[in-house]
Write a protein that binds this ligand. Structure first.
Ligand SMILES: [Zn+2]
Ligand SMILES: [Zn+2]
Length: 337
């Protein structure tokens, strides 16, 4: 036990001193964001699909980053005490999970229209309250035409096939422009990503701090559109005046998955290459070493006894020449950034 505490303290001091030497301005790395993992898997597991809640610790409302699994993820997170630091606004008649859904989620950021990123929002929509959905124009268009169309599902949006039930206000995000997330102290800038349909990276910031959430994405070297590079360039500029707190990004398959069957996803090898590109743009590697890299969207193996997430984690560590701080996203866990 003593050894564990000692290593933790050493790691903390090392990280803070790197950061101190790197910026000389920021000696404090107390967390400012809370990330709750509602769903960590990249498909297949219908109760555990891509979804996160993020809040500035000074806010009592989260923004949802994708919504593959909502209610089941909130219930798992309640069981694992992920909301223990939240000042819960209790409506006594409501179940605890519906209370979080209605009173503590300010809006949704949807990276793309694939079902594993929106199914939870669709099925809970009759029980939800009015909220904005923020997405790139092509993503909002896909949500309206594919789901809120009175065929796949009633039209809970304020666009598309009449009658509109007007529960969700669809907000088109312009590319690379700061937009306020209503009801929170956060702003978001959207960046396009390469995937079989257009996907999105959301850079989220307050006055001093910044993090980035990646929807599904293929590697720049295979996709040949340089879209991840544009996110890194923006971050490299921003970290001159803000603290980079976290990167949430996918590694869907282990390294032995053939490139031609990636269909717009990353492996540990490709994710490491992308992070190397970011590090080459930064003045100090210490900025990245103090940033948590939360790895999500691992596709479960269909083979008995194979834990795909453990394989991805060990491959990331094998490639980890930069000494980065990887955290595997796990449903119901809270990560402080
Ligand atoms: Zn996905
Ligand atoms: Zn996808």
């Amino acid at each position: 036990m003593y050894n564990i505490i000692k290593s933790f303290v050493l790691l903390f001091i090392t990280c803070c001193s790197f950061h101190l030497f790197a910026t000389e301005l920021d000696t404090e790395r107390a967390p400012v964001f809370e990330l709750v993992v509602l769903g960590d898997s990249g498909g297949g597991r219908d109760g555990n699909l891509s979804a996160f809640l993020l809040r500035d610790l000074t806010d009592d409302k989260y923004v949802a980053l994708d919504a593959g699994t909502l209610l089941n993820g909130i219930e798992e997170s309640l069981q694992q005490n992920a909301f223990s630091a939240l000042k819960i606004d209790t409506e006594k008649k409501l179940t605890p999970s519906i209370n979080i859904l209605r009173n503590h989620i300010a809006g949704y950021l949807i990276s793309h229209g694939h079902l594993d990123h929106i199914a939870g929002l669709l099925v809970v929509s009759p029980d939800d309250n009015a909220k904005p959905i923020y997405a790139l124009p092509s993503v909002n268009k896909a949500i309206i035409s594919s789901y809120f169309n009175w065929q796949a599902w009633p039209n809970f949006s304020n666009r598309g096939n009449p009658p509109s039930l007007n529960k969700y206000q669809m907000v088109d995000l312009p590319l690379t422009t700061n937009v306020e997330i209503a009801g929170t102290s956060l702003k978001v800038s959207a960046f396009s990503l390469s995937h079989p349909v257009e996907s999105t990276a959301f850079v989220i910031e307050n006055d001093k701090d910044i993090m980035v959430y990646f929807g599904d994405t293929g590697p720049d070297e295979l996709e040949k559109e340089n879209k991840i590079e544009k996110v890194w360039q923006y971050l490299a500029e921003q970290v001159k005046s803000k603290n980079l707190r976290g990167i949430v990004i996918e590694a869907s398959f282990p390294d032995n998955h053939p490139d031609k069957y990636l269909y717009g996803h990353l492996t540990p090898k490709w994710l490491t290459k992308e992070l190397m590109s970011l590090s080459s743009l930064l003045d100090e590697l210490a900025i990245l070493k103090c940033t948590k890299v939360i790895v999500s969207h691992v596709k479960s193996s269909t083979l008995k006894g194979v834990d795909a997430s453990a394989v991805v984690q060990s491959q990331l560590q094998q490639h980890n020449k930069l000494g980065l701080h990887f955290v595997m996203a796990k449903q119901g866990h809270k990560v402080l950034l």
